[in-house]
Ligand binder design. Sequence first.
Ligand code: NAP
Length: 102
Amino acid sequence: MVDRLTGKTVVVMGASSGIGQATAEAFARAGAILVLASRSTDALEALARKCRSIGAPNAIAVTTDVTDAQAVRNLAARARSLTGAIDTWVSNVGGRRSRWLR
Ligand SMILES: NC(=O)c1ccc[n+]([C@@H]2O[C@H](COP(=O)([O-])OP(=O)(O)OC[C@H]3O[C@@H](n4cnc5c(N)ncnc54)[C@H](OP(=O)(O)O)[C@@H]3O)[C@@H](O)[C@H]2O)c1
């Protein structure tokens, strides 16, 4: 899968742990331009560093709460500003720590 996604912008929401983190790493290995989002800045920054080291040199972290519509619009604008397009959006928020599931 190496380099198949070079130049493609991929947003992964819920990237700070679990399935989202694994998904982000897979996209990184494929060479995507990665925009990583969740509420946990430190975890996202650590993941962005890892993604930059395994194949996605432009990976960035954008702290975003998906329940905040303006924050999601800002995330989309930030992602679109990188290449002019968003090629893939992974909506993975939820999971064990979501307040929706408590
Ligand atoms: N694991 C399974 O076996 C399984 C099975 C079926 C379906 N799923 C679904 O797959 C998805 C991921 O599951 P997982 O096990 O990987 O869960 P997880 O490890 O708890 O990850 C959930 C992710 O969602 C983020 N998140 C939660 N609330 C958020 C919010 N308000 N705004 C932004 N980000 C938010 C969390 O980051 P922060 O806390 O940093 O914001 C985290 O990155 C979920 O939708 C889950 O329902 C999982």
